[in-house]
Design a protein around this ligand. Structure first.
Ligand SMILES: NC(=O)c1ccc[n+]([C@@H]2O[C@H](COP(=O)([O-])OP(=O)(O)OC[C@H]3O[C@@H](n4cnc5c(N)ncnc54)[C@H](OP(=O)(O)O)[C@@H]3O)[C@@H](O)[C@H]2O)c1
Length: 233
């Protein structure tokens, strides 16, 4: 049985990903912050409240995983907040918070769970097109860019053979971030995609599921762009 840790399993995207992995061959350990979903708990699966903006919560969760003596086969991090503010609209506290939740907290947790990784473990972090091309919200963009540098830099600290990668989607159809936008903004995002359609959550979940299969073991320290041609590097 594989052990899958989904940080931010309660996210809109997390639900589709949970459904992809949810079968008798996988034990899924999901985290939430404010919205624990009963769908994420069952006989095989566990659900924890973790605040990635809080060192104590990060340490407690890592110690809980370590005490279970598990091997983490797959870790997918979906945690992220988008305040949607420009430089001058941010307070110092808000700057610290977005960087802490979107980057530093995830990096701290990964640092702590290194002993639970094996030579076959796969870590996948959710970046964004904003981390590559920039965004109206500079701290969201910077936090997502930091994840890209992080996956390039931590390989020497992982067990030989383990992989860590990022994915960078554009706006995802019907996600929380999509729903929080005005209709005009949603349409403007669609117009920037070559097909005129946004990536949907089920297709994204299938891509993530596949990226965690062994045939991707040569993908390491990389970022998969999923922006429909909106931003070609
Ligand atoms: N949606 C898009 O179009 C899009 C595009 C590119 C990248 N992304 C990235 O994809 C991820 C999911 O996006 P989404 O739209 O599905 O977002 P979402 O539904 O708002 O989910 C955000 C996740 O972060 C968790 N979270 C918030 N504050 C936290 C904290 N202090 N500690 C730990 N966890 C915390 C939330 O937990 P609770 O819900 O339990 O509070 C939730 O699981 C994000 O990282 C986002 O940046 C999204």
């Amino acid at each position: 049985m594989r052990t899958i840790v989904i940080l931010g399993g309660s996210s809109s995207i997390g639900k589709a990903i949970f459904n992809q992995f949810n079968n008798k061959n996988n034990k899924i350990i999901s985290t939430y912050f404010s919205e624990g979903s009963p769908a994420n708990t069952s006989k095989n699966n566990e659900l924890f409240c973790v605040d990635l903006d809080n060192n104590k919560s990060i340490i407690e969760f890592s110690e809980k995983l370590i005490s279970e003596k598990i091997t983490i086969d797959i870790l997918i991090s979906l945690v992220g907040i988008l305040p949607g503010k420009n430089l001058l609209e941010y307070t110092f506290e808000e700057i610290d918070k977005v960087l802490s939740i979107n980057f530093t907290g995830q990096a701290k947790l990964i640092r702590n769970i290194i002993p639970l990784l094996s030579t076959k473990s796969k870590l996948l972090l959710m970046s964004s097109i904003s981390g590559q091309k920039g965004s109206y919200d500079p701290f969201y963009a910077a936090s997502k860019g930091a994840l890209l540098s992080f996956v390039k830099s931590v390989l020497p600290s992982l067990p030989t053979g383990a992989t860590i990668n990022a994915i960078a989607p554009g706006l995802v159809q019907d996600s929380t971030m999509f729903k929080n936008m005005t209709f005009d903004r949603q349409e403007s995002h669609k117009k920037q995609v070559n097909s005129g359609k946004l990536l949907n959550q089920d297709d994204l979940a299938k891509i993530i599921y596949d990226l965690c299969e062994d045939h991707w073991s040569h993908l390491n320290g990389a970022c998969i762009d999923l922006n429909g041609g909106q931003y070609v590097r």
